[in-house]
Structures are given as structure tokens and as C-alpha cells.
Design a protein around this ligand. Structure first.
Ligand SMILES: O=C(O)CCC(=O)C(=O)O
Ligand SMILES: [Fe+2]
Length: 309
């Protein structure tokens, strides 16, 4: 596995994932039920800095400078979720269904972690232990996503995305998609994790078979492998062509393998200084917010110079 995926940061895994199509569809059904609730119910579980909860339209990517056209609800296994589960009265069985699905996604992730550990010369359970979801400081997150339907008769401005280009901060991301709900695109990305994602040669990701899982390498694995495995720069384009693009509501489920806060991260070649899981996430967030600030400043300068003309 090692050499074969070093330059292909994107895997489509076929039928034998261990998760049945019906289980994925069942989770999508609960996800739709959640997003169908009026906003005044959803706001009872607001997004918090622990990376859990519901948010609508606020995520601005440094690459785009505009807000993603979406809402999402993030769920975790541990203590962080304490006040963030939608009430049983609002959505019966939601919590049990989501936790079951998360455990299934975790077991697929653990099979992949074992391969990466072997490829890098670590003990088989090295990455599995660092992402132990039974620990109270687990940060692993399931994100339910709902991108709003787009009106075919109105042209979406070119700088508006369903999700602006970015690389994930985690180890691996499993993406569960619905056939027909296209939009995900990938780009070669970058050579070292300390660069910001770059590139403008985009390829469409097409889901071939229901039940396929798209697997993205994240910045954490890139860093932990001393840049051997490249993280995937990706985006979800807004539909632009009524003949070929999907304009309806788009649902997606992302499972982010995040490290436990207390684990230590360093590649076998020690290319980067050792950091804890907590520090890695904090640094990634800070880097994102500085890039966003720089983008906003650049946009403000551009707007002023246009106004002066
Ligand atoms: O909706 C998708 O296909 C991708 C979502 C994504 O990249 C993210 O939430 O980080
Ligand atoms: Fe992503």
C-alpha cells in the first residue's frame, strides 16, 4: 500500500468496506430528518469551538473568501458532545443511530490506519491507539452536511462554492456520498504540509457504485508521514451547467479521524517537531484563520482599488 498511494491522495474504496449500503442510506435518512427541522430547533445544539454542533452558512474558506452554501451538524463520541445531541423528543433514535454508524466508520478507518502504520514502519496499532474513540479526549468527528438546492435560472457567482477548496486537518476522512449528487472535485495539492494548499487543475470525483467510500488523506497524516503521503486539496463546486450539474439539495456525510488531544505526533524521520494532538489541531486552526485574514485584506484592497477607478 505504501508506495502505491503516495502520489494518489484520494481513494475510492469498493464494495468490501464492511458498511452496507442500507446502513449508509439509513444515516442519510436521519440526516435529512435533522436538517428538515426548523432552524429554531436546530439552534438548540449550536456549533461550539469543541468542533461539535449545528452551523449554517458561516464557514468561509481562505481559498474562496465567501461563505460555503451549506449547513452542517458535527457529532463526536466523547465528552465534547455532552450538550450537543438533538433531543430525543425532537428526533427519536437519532443519537443511537448516529453512534452506531460512527462505530462502523471507525472500524473501516482502523483497517486503513493499520495499512498506513505498516507502510511507515510503525507498530500495527500505532495510529489506532492515537485515534482511540473510547477515550474521553477523543476528537474524532462525524459531520452531516446539507448543501442547499440552487435555482437553475440564477447564475451562481464564480467565487461562490458549495464548499470552497481546502485540505482537511485530520488523519483520514471517509466521505459517504449519494450517487447522482455530484460536485466533489480534487486537485494535486502540495508538496509539504507547511505550505497552504495550492493548484488549479481540478478533477471530478464520480461515485460509481452506491456504498463506495471516498477516502481523503488529511494534513495530519501528511505531517505524520514526513510529507510522504500528500493531503488532498478538494472542493465542492456550485452547479454551473444545467445540462450536466446537480442542482438539487446535496447531502454528504464526512467522518474525520482526529487524534486524541494528548497523543504525540511525529513522523519516523522527525522532519517536523513533535506536537500533541491538541497542538496540531490548534496550529491548523490558527493557520487557517491567518490565511483567511490575509484573503479578506486582499479582497478589501481589491475592492478599494476598483472603487477608485
Ligand atoms: O461534501 C463533500 O463532498 C465534501 C465535504 C468536505 O470536504 C468537508 O466537509 O470537509
Ligand atoms: Fe473536506
Amino acid at each position: 500500500m505504501g508506495p502505491s498511494i503516495q502520489s494518489v491522495p484520494f481513494l475510492d474504496s469498493h464494495s468490501d468496506t464492511g458498511i452496507l449500503v442500507e446502513e449508509i442510506e439509513n444515516m442519510f435518512k436521519y440526516s435529512e430528518q435533522f436538517f428538515d427541522l426548523p432552524d429554531n430547533f436546530k439552534v438548540t445544539v449550536p456549533w461550539s469551538a469543541k468542533n461539535v454542533g449545528w452551523e449554517k452558512n458561516p464557514q468561509i474558506r481562505p481559498s474562496a473568501g465567501t461563505a460555503d452554501m451549506k449547513e452542517s451538524y458535527q457529532l463526536q463520541f466523547g465528552e465534547n458532545m455532552k450538550d450537543s445531541w438533538i433531543s430525543e423528543a425532537e428526533l427519536p433514535n437519532f443519537k443511537d443511530t448516529a453512534l452506531n454508524f460512527m462505530r462502523r466508520a471507525q472500524s473501516v478507518s482502523e483497517r486503513l490506519m493499520l495499512c498506513f502504520a505498516r507502510g511507515l514502519g510503525f507498530a500495527d496499532d500505532y495510529f489506532i491507539k492515537a485515534h482511540d474513540v473510547s477515550k474521553l479526549d477523543s476528537q474524532t468527528t462525524l459531520r452531516l452536511l446539507h448543501y442547499f438546492a440552487v435555482d437553475k435560472t440564477v447564475r451562481v457567482p464564480e467565487d461562490h462554492f458549495r464548499a470552497g477548496a481546502h485540505a482537511d486537518w485530520d488523519f483520514l476522512t471517509l466521505l459517504f456520498q449519494r450517487p447522482g449528487q455530484s460536485g466533489l472535485e480534487i486537485c494535486p495539492g502540495r508538496e509539504v504540509v507547511s505550505d497552504f494548499g495550492i493548484g488549479d487543475e481540478w478533477a471530478k470525483s464520480i461515485l460509481r457504485v452506491a456504498g463506495d467510500i471516498v477516502c481523503n488523506i488529511g494534513d495530519l497524516l501528511m505531517s505524520w508521514s514526513d510529507d510522504r503521503f500528500k493531503s488532498t486539496f478538494h472542493r465542492v463546486r456550485a452547479p454551473a451547467d444545467p445540462e450536466t450539474d446537480y442542482y438539487g439539495p446535496r447531502y454528504n456525510i464526512a467522518f474525520f479521524n482526529q487524534p486524541c488531544s494528548s497523543c504525540t505526533i511525529q513522523g519516523p524521520l522527525k522532519k517536523y517537531p513533535a506536537v500533541t494532538g491538541e497542538e496540531f489541531t490548534r496550529n491548523a486552526m490558527n493557520r487557517n484563520f491567518s490565511a483567511l485574514k490575509a484573503k479578506k485584506n486582499a479582497m478589501a484592497v481589491e475592492a478599494t482599488s476598483l472603487a477608485d477607478k
